[in-house]
Design a protein around this ligand. Sequence first.
Ligand SMILES: NC(=O)c1ccc[n+]([C@@H]2O[C@H](COP(=O)([O-])OP(=O)(O)OC[C@H]3O[C@@H](n4cnc5c(N)ncnc54)[C@H](O)[C@@H]3O)[C@@H](O)[C@H]2O)c1
Length: 293
Amino acid sequence: MKILITGGAGFIGSNLADRLVELGHKVSIIDNLSAGNLKNLTKIKKKIKFYKLDISKYSVKLKKAFTGIECVYHFAGLADIVPSIKNPDKYFNSNVTGTLNVLKSIDKKSIKKLIYSASASCYGLPKKFPIKENSNIDTQYPYALTKFLGEKLIMHWEKVYNLPSVSLRFFNVYGPRSRTSGAYGAVFGVFLAQKLSDKPLTIVGNGKQTRDFIHVYDLVSALILSIKKTKNGEIYNLGGGKEVSVNKIAKIIGGKKIFIFLKFIISFFNFFKFINFLIFSNFIFCSLLNSFE
Ligand SMILES: NC(=O)c1ccc[n+]([C@@H]2O[C@H](COP(=O)([O-])OP(=O)(O)OC[C@H]3O[C@@H](n4cnc5c(N)ncnc54)[C@H](O)[C@@H]3O)[C@@H](O)[C@H]2O)c1
């Protein structure tokens, strides 16, 4: 199959690209390398087409990259929560205008599936668990809002223009190539970076807050299955289905810990409190092979 991954030089996209190439698909990648890195593509660089393009700018080159593409995984976008509060327009350009440009560029003659990387941050601080796809939407940060607006665009194009699309709302993804830079990255990446540089692990709050994690290899399996196993126009939560406390992650990684009690950041961490939901609602197809230990 001819598959294009936007944001394919990033954490999730590059792991997916590796697997798709292994399976014999023809893979193209669009990335502006703002957060991604060509090093992530070293293994497959001779087997893929790479376009250094910014999806927030519509261009002939962008449109051309989509010619003949049968499946699009749309992952390009800005991905951290706290910096989005400082730079809402930057996030809007990449995550909303960028998504619109992807929709405008898709080759309607060849496309069979568009898969959007939505975010479970759209649920805000949910009161009811497990979180279902029809749970209340409460976008609390520009990141969450822009990812949700991107999803709305995808669903609108599915309905109005019959573009075969699904939206997958990822919870916390961890594993090789996860971003380790930035104090506000994913907890796993931040802890690993601290451990590697012999710094204490910074736990915000008392560390009892829990989150749902999914290993990127399991996510990749689900992403590949989703080409055939999902229904167009539907939205699916995608995570590990188990709650794990931040203290437990710190214990697994090991070393000194520092507890930080900052009100604002505490609410950010609590946002993932006990996320226990069904993977693909109707399809519980992975017993999630990769455990933390
Ligand atoms: N990692 C998670 O836990 C998680 C959870 C929920 C949703 N998501 C979503 O999944 C997608 C992939 O996440 P990731 O963790 O791999 O992030 P990432 O930052 O590693 O990858 C995103 C990629 O998009 C590229 N990019 C950003 N803006 C772009 C633009 N305007 N034009 C072209 N390329 C651009 C970056 O260079 C990067 O390579 C993101 O859209 C993110 O919002 C991730």
